[in-house]
Design a protein around this ligand. Structure first.
Ligand code: 5AD
Ligand code: SF4
Length: 443
């Protein structure tokens, strides 16, 4: 191509941003951009930002400051800010950092080609609208290149839950689901290109309503794609775990026994103050039902400590909930006030108290995570091998429970689901031994 330009994208935050960055790269690919993994030789730098916690905007401003030298050396360099900080800050970004050429909110990525043309003509481009149409429909279709065995696929965006601490309903807008036909078409395309495991993404993915049967209906339809071996989804709100989805965990072989089900706190008082609209007892009852459907399911969660008004007793309730539920994996955060959210108006817990609580909770969660992983030793698991390992002759992949597993295996097992016996817990991964021949002949 005559004028190939180089695009450097830096992605912050959640898996939805990872997916969006891929799609933006593909869209700009159609404009003649190829991706580079260093900012130094880029013609365009895009920061795909996250606004969920802490001084996200400040971090982006300081990151932008680092590009000043590059821009001076190469005036044609274009700099863009995408994602949730772009949505939240809008024109303020250009005011504070005039070298920024482009600001694009998460719902406007399909306008990138026009915006890129505009910045090439020396103007600035800003779009943080919430349009009615499905942005993904207007993004360039994925190129037909071969893919690795796993992929993300965004099926739902936005959130109507309005938890008192969370910016998502403001930065990503109201809940929108992509129609099942479009998701199916994208999934079929991914599978044709080598993908064997798809993780369905959404801020509130189990509220998906693009299929008459909800998320469970979509999962069942996806499970009919012959070469798609595994389906996962994230992130879920407890109140949207409907009967069909719980049942699918027991009956759909392709749905993996792993569920990210954030509860945030174990105290009813705090859950109420957070506007979570569920109680600890209703969460326990839900976990029981899910585990009755799929006893070996590994649960994951998110927790916030130091939410305004959290007393020591409230925190003890959280520790108690964690002990009672038992998590295979979890993320825990210190509350950080997000401007514009209801909780931001409330008096905060002293930072040293919040830090001490976070440490205590993390110690407990780490202990549970280690125990869940150690418990795999001696068991047979199914591993989807994804790539070569660090050692010669080794492959690495993930078990159905999302543990990283490595084993000596031939390269042509990449992209296949193989039975592996777990020999040893290596802390960051599990070491295994291949037991089965390939589960199915290669196409
Ligand atoms: N402070 C701390 N943690 C937060 N999260 C969301 N908003 C905040 C906040 N203001 C956490 C929640 C959520 C995860 C993605 O980030 O635990 O589930
Ligand atoms: Fe934020 Fe999740 Fe609550 Fe929605 S359900 S407001 S995304 S924490």
């Amino acid at each position: 191509m005559a004028d190939t330009k180089k695009l450097f994208i830096k992605t912050y935050g959640c898996q939805m941003n990872v997916y969006d960055s891929e799609r933006m790269a593909e869209t700009l690919g159609a404009q003649g951009y190829v991706q580079t993994d260093t900012a130094d030789d880029a013609d365009m730098i895009l920061l795909n930002t996250c606004h969920i916690r802490e001084k996200a905007a400040e971090k982006i401003y300081s990151e932008l400051g680092k590009f000043r030298g590059l821009k001076t050396a190469k005036p044609g360099l274009k700099i863009g800010v995408a994602g949730c900080v772009a949505q939240a800050e809008g024109a303020e970004i250009i005011r504070r950092q005039p070298m920024v050429d482009l600001v694009v909110g998460p719902q406007s990525y399909h306008k990138l080609p026009q915006m890129e043309a505009r910045v090439q003509s020396g103007k600035r481009a800003l779009d943080t609208e919430f349009p009615e149409e499905d942005k993904f429909d207007h993004l360039a279709s994925r190129p037909k290149a071969k893919r690795g065995p796993t992929a993300f696929l965004t099926v739902q965006e936005g959130c109507d839950k309005f938890c008192a601490f969370c910016v998502v309903p403001y930065t990503r807008g109201a809940e929108v689901s992509r129609p099942a036909e479009r998701v199916m078409a994208e999934a079929a395309d991914l599978v044709a290109r080598g993908v064997r495991e798809i993780t369905l993404l959404g801020q509130n993915v189990n509220a998906y309503h693009g299929h008459a049967g909800g998320l469970a209906g979509l999962i069942w339809q996806l499970s009919e794609i012959d070469q798609l071996e595994r389906i996962r989804f994230t992130t879920s709100h407890p109140n949207d775990m409907d009967d069909a989805l719980i049942e699918a965990h027991g009956t759909c072989d392709k749905l993996m026994p792993y569920l990210h089900l954030p509860v945030q706190s174990g105290s009813d008082r705090i859950l109420k103050a957070m506007n979570r609209k569920h109680t600890r007892e209703s969460y326990f009852a839900l976990v029981d039902r899910i585990r009755s459907a799929r006893p070996d399911l590994l649960l994951s969660g998110d927790f916030i400590v130091g939410f305004p008004g959290e007393t020591d007793q409230d925190f003890q309730d959280t520790l108690d909930l964690v002990r009672r539920v038992g998590y295979g994996q979890a993320y825990s955060f210190k509350y950080s006030a997000r401007p514009g959210t209801p909780a931001a108006e409330r008096a905060e817990v002293p930072p040293e108290v919040a830090s001490a609580r976070l440490q205590e909770l993390q110690a407990l969660l780490t202990e549970q995570q280690r125990a869940a992983q150690a418990d795999m030793v001696g068991r047979e698991v199914k591993v989807l091998f994804e790539k070569k390992g660090r050692r010669e002759g080794q492959l690495i992949g993930k078990s159905e429970y999302l543990h990283a597993v490595h084993a000596v295996a031939p390269d042509d097992m990449i992209g296949q689901v193989i039975t592996v016996q777990i020999l040893k817990d290596m802390t960051n991964s599990l070491k295994g031994q291949v037991l089965s021949a390939p589960a199915r002949p290669r196409a």
